[in-house]
Design a protein around this ligand. Structure first.
Ligand code: AKG
Ligand code: FE2
Length: 277
């Protein structure tokens, strides 16, 4: 088992943070927000989820919501896109100047918080139940989505705010450090995208406490390992904020569903959990 070291964000991105990030393509900040903030954010996410369920909304700006059944059998949403467009509290969180400071991890590139681009603020909710649609996520990088969308691969960061404790043993994020510096062939073909869930000799995991923040380079190979536990102990909620570069490409209600989401839906949710009436 190999654990990623943790850092204090302190007064912002330091030369030490930059050195670590440039070498490994990932960095973990301990206690980026406090427990009260975590609870506020969770409450707000529940309100957004309730809104989507009560209005029978299944897509946001072309991005499908992912439905499953929770430990009590109720339908819940396991992946929400553009969450901040439905919550003033989540929107305000994205305005935290410390998040803007993270753009310095991009070096010479000018980055911005992609609130209305890509999938916006994403909320992932993993849990092991018999009819959960989301227990793990196979190996991938976040970059080829740009290719699918007809563009070039541009530098980007994925910023994860972790809302549940998750020890290494409980699964969660695994990365292969340094793979953000690989060539295009390795980026595309190192592993089978989303299909391969096998541990890698070089993978590194995290000891996560709710309120921790991780940042990874979009080109870094990573996966989410399934929790060995069932039910409540396996619950893992994390918000992802994209920091992106290049031309501004906002999505709207008229945006089409990207091809890779159609594929992902077929594969991840073959039984097609639907809103029950
Ligand atoms: O849930 C996580 O920590 C990672 C999710 C992820 O890699 C993704 O949505 O692309
Ligand atoms: Fe990812």
């Amino acid at each position: 088992m190999s654990l990623s070291p943790t850092f204090d964000f302190g007064s912002g991105i330091s030369p030490e943070h930059l050195r670590h990030f440039n070498e490994h393509g990932v960095i973990q900040f301990r206690g980026f927000v406090d427990k009260d903030t975590v609870n506020n954010l969770l409450q707000e996410i529940r309100a957004v989820e309730y809104y989507f369920l009560s209005k029978a909304i299944t897509k946001v700006n072309g991005i499908p919501l992912k439905f499953g059944r929770d430990t009590d059998g109720s339908v819940f949403i396991q992946r929400i896109a553009f969450a901040s467009q439905y919550s003033a509290v989540l929107r305000a969180f994205l305005r935290d100047p410390r998040l803007s400071d993270l753009t310095r991890l991009l070096g010479d590139f000018e980055g911005r918080i992609g609130e209305n681009e890509k999938d916006g603020l994403v909320v992932n909710h993993y849990v092991n139940t018999p009819s959960s649609a989301f227990r793990q996520l196979g190996w991938h990088t976040d970059s080829p989505r740009d290719l699918f969308l007809g563009g070039r691969i541009l530098p980007m960061l994925n910023v994860g705010l972790h809302l549940d404790d998750c020890s290494y043993e409980n699964g969660g994020l695994r990365v292969i450090p340094g793979t953000h510096r690989q060539g295009m062939l390795r980026l595309l073909f190192r592993k089978k995208y989303f299909v391969d869930n096998n541990p890698d000799k070089k993978e590194v995991g995290f000891s996560i406490q709710a309120g921790d923040l991780t940042v990874h380079d979009g080109r870094l190979w990573h996966r989410v390992a399934q929790s060995p536990y069932e039910g409540q102990r396996s619950r893992r909620r994390v918000m992802y904020i994209p920091i992106i570069t290049g031309a501004y490409q906002p999505k709207t209600v008229d945006s089409p569903t990207p091809f890779y989401h159609k594929l992902a839906q077929l594969r991840l949710n073959p039984s097609g959990t639907r809103l029950s009436k």
